[in-house]
Design a protein around this ligand. Structure first.
Ligand SMILES: Cc1ncc(COP(=O)(O)O)c(C=O)c1O
Length: 393
């Protein structure tokens, strides 16, 4: 039996193409311009923040976020999850911070709160949490209050979870951290082909992020931004204001094409996300809870994937399941987000760690998968897939 289940389906639709083709008819300039500015404004409104900076990927959003902190003179440790995408950790390393790893909470796949608290010390400058696969990773107000009291910055990677909320009506995730990041890669809740967003309520951070997006150039900051006027004043005798490179950065800009698609996609994001929430419920009702994990913290979640995590650490069952899914043409990713435990990756091979300190991420790493959950799925198809997964012995 072929189920032909892809990780994502039809994320950029004909209507997006039609809108884009129509836009192109006017032979517009395609590098970052009015469409990008409009998309940023609409995204900020949708999310509930003051400022957004559209970039060419979620990884670039992570990178710029860490370098903004660096540009603000911050140095020290940053607490990061073991279940994350490589750019969540690579960005920390590239900006010269020391990553401190914590295990995950198996109900949210986000950071384990106890370990975060245990690992906070005088050197901790930020907690960079990843909201994994549509779940909200913010555990409670107590942790937020504790971080605030200790002046530890909260940063949110929402690349996999936009539309999810903390405490349902308290607000969208991505509005709690000083800076939050989003990705519009094809596999996520919406797509601009490639793309990402950096969001914040802080005008100073916004101006630095804009500069870092464009080679570190001061003229990218707002006209009256102190960072810009100070640099122009300081270098008035030796540099033209057109070319003052305040930070050693690169080009992370996106294009008008991405913004036109993004603006059109944003119109149907809430509707698509409601369908994903419904689908997730169908998955949870149909999947066999004696074989697969179902006790997730679903309140406020909005999942573009279904985390298929084995109840038991059973290698033989796992291998039979993988074979069966391949046979039925069900696309999957083992290890869940980012391939599982980042500490197992070669780029971190210089870090010493003990698997016993990270049992939850280790289980997901070896016995967890994700499969696609997208708006075009019907209840009937989800039920058939669950029947098939339940039948694997
Ligand atoms: C949590 C997380 N952060 C960052 C990224 C990077 O996003 P992009 O692929 O747009 O660079 C991803 C990628 O899938 C991700 O899952």
């Amino acid at each position: 039996m072929k189920l032909n289940w892809s990780l994502m389906d039809n994320n950029i639709i004909q209507d997006d193409m039609d809108v884009l083709i129509n836009f192109l008819k006017g032979t517009p300039r395609l590098t970052q311009g009015e469409q990008v500015a409009a998309f940023e404004e609409e995204w900020s409104k949708w999310l509930g923040v003051k400022y957004s900076v559209f970039v060419n990927s979620g990884a670039s959003a992570n990178f710029i976020t860490m370098h903004v902190l660096r540009a603000c003179g911050i140095a020290g440790k940053i607490i990061v999850p073991t279940l994350a995408w490589i750019s969540d950790i690579a960005s920390v390393l590239s900006a010269g911070f020391d990553p401190v790893f914590v295990d995950i909470n198996p109900e949210t796949l986000g950071m384990d709160t106890g370990q975060v608290i245990d690992k906070l010390d005088e050197q901790t400058k930020a907690v960079f949490l990843t909201h994994v696969q549509g779940f909200n990773a913010i555990p409670n107000w107590t942790l937020l209050g504790m971080l605030n009291e200790r002046k530890v910055i909260l940063l949110e990677d929402c690349c996999e979870s936009y539309g999810a909320t903390f405490n349902v009506n308290e607000g969208k995730i991505g509005t709690f951290g000083l800076i939050s990041n989003f990705s519009f890669y094809y596999a996520h809740h919406m797509s601009t082909i490639e793309g990402g967003m950096i969001c914040t309520d802080n005008q100073g951070i916004y101006n630095i992020a804009r500069m870092l997006r464009s080679h570190g150039m001061s003229r990218e900051a707002g006209k009256d931004a102190p960072i810009r006027t100070n640099l122009e004043e300081m270098y008035k005798d030796s540099l033209t204001p057109d070319f003052i490179f305040g930070y050693p950065s690169f080009n992370f800009r996106n294009t008008e094409i991405g913004a036109v698609i993004g603006r059109n996609q944003l119109k149907r994001l809430d509707e698509n996300n409601a369908k994903r929430v419904h689908n997730f419920d169908v998955f949870l009702n149909c999947i066999d809870s004696s074989k697969y994990k179902t006790d997730f913290a679903v309140e406020g979640s909005c999942n573009y994937a279904f985390p298929l995590i084995l109840k038991e650490a059973d290698v033989a069952f796992r291998d039979r399941l993988e074979l069966a899914m391949k046979d039925a043409n069900v696309e999957f990713r083992r290890g869940s987000s980012g391939g599982g435990n980042q500490l197992r990756q070669p780029y971190l091979s210089n870090i010493e760690w003990n698997p016993e300190d990270y049992p939850n991420v280790e289980h997901v790493h070896f016995f967890g998968y994700y499969i696609g959950n997208y708006p075009t799925l019907t209840d009937d198809r989800i039920m058939k897939l669950c029947e098939f997964l339940n039948s694997v012995e």
